[in-house]
Design a protein around this ligand. Sequence first.
Ligand code: FE2
Ligand code: FE2
Length: 271
Amino acid sequence: MAKGIGVGLREEFIEEREAVLRHVDFLEINQKADVEQTKEELAGFVTEIPIVIHSLNLSLGSITPPPAHRVEALVETVLAVNPSWVSEHLSYSRFDDIEIDNFIALPYTEEAVEVAGANIKRIQERIGRRMAMENITHTFIWPGNQFSEAEFLKKITERADCGLLLDVTNLYLNAKTIGYDPYEFLETLPKDRIMQLHLAGHTEVNGVLYDTHVGGIHPEVLGYAEWVLNNTSCEALVIERDADLIEFHDLLPDLEFCRNLYNKYRKGVHV
Ligand SMILES: [Fe+2]
Ligand SMILES: [Fe+2]
C-alpha cells in the first residue's frame, strides 16, 4: 500500500532509479493512452515500490460517461501496475467528443453530484478499487451554486463512496483567488476520506497565482499539509514537480521538508 512521501514519475528519473528508490516511498504515474509506454517506464520500479495512478482525461463531471477506449486503457494499466489507488480530477474537460486540455470546475449543485458521482462509481466498479478525487484550481465559481466547494467534495465522496486527493497547493491558490478561508474548507472535508495529498510550488506574476508545479513549496501550503497529518489518518503525500525540474536531485530540498513534516506525525517509511 502506498504511504509516506511519493513523487510524480518523470522520464528524467528513469536513469536515476537508485536515487529515486533511496529517497521515495512510492510513485505516482500519469495515466497514458499508450499503456506499453507506461509498462516500459515502470519496468525498473513496479516490483520495488508501490504505485498510484493519476488519471487526467476521464472527465468524470461530463454528462456522458467516459469513452470506452479511455476506460479500457485505464483498466489495462491497473492490471499491469496494480496501483494502491487511482486518482482523477473532479472537473470536466469533454463535451460529447470534444476534449480540451484543461480542467473546468463543476457547478456545485445536486445535479453535478449525481452526474459525477455516478461516473466515479462506474469507474470504481470497473477497476475494482477506490478512486481519490482531486480538487482542481479554478479562477471562478458558477452562479447558482448550491454548495461551497468543500461541501461539494464531501457530497461527491458520499454519493460515489470514493476518497479525496487533496491538493493543498490548489487549496492555497483557490483560497487566495476566490477568497475563502482555507481552514474552514479543511474543517468541512470528510476527514476519513482524504487518501492522498499533492504539494507543489507555485508562481505569482503581477498578483496572479499560477499552479506551475515549480520547486519551493510555500510555508502556508506546508501548514495545510501539517493540519491534515494532525487531524486525519491520511498517510500519503506526493510532491508534484514539472516546470523547473532537470534531474531527480532537484527534488531533494522539497522532499526533505515533507519528510521532516511527515515524520513528526507518522512513523516514517524511510528512517
Ligand atoms: Fe492533478
Ligand atoms: Fe495536483
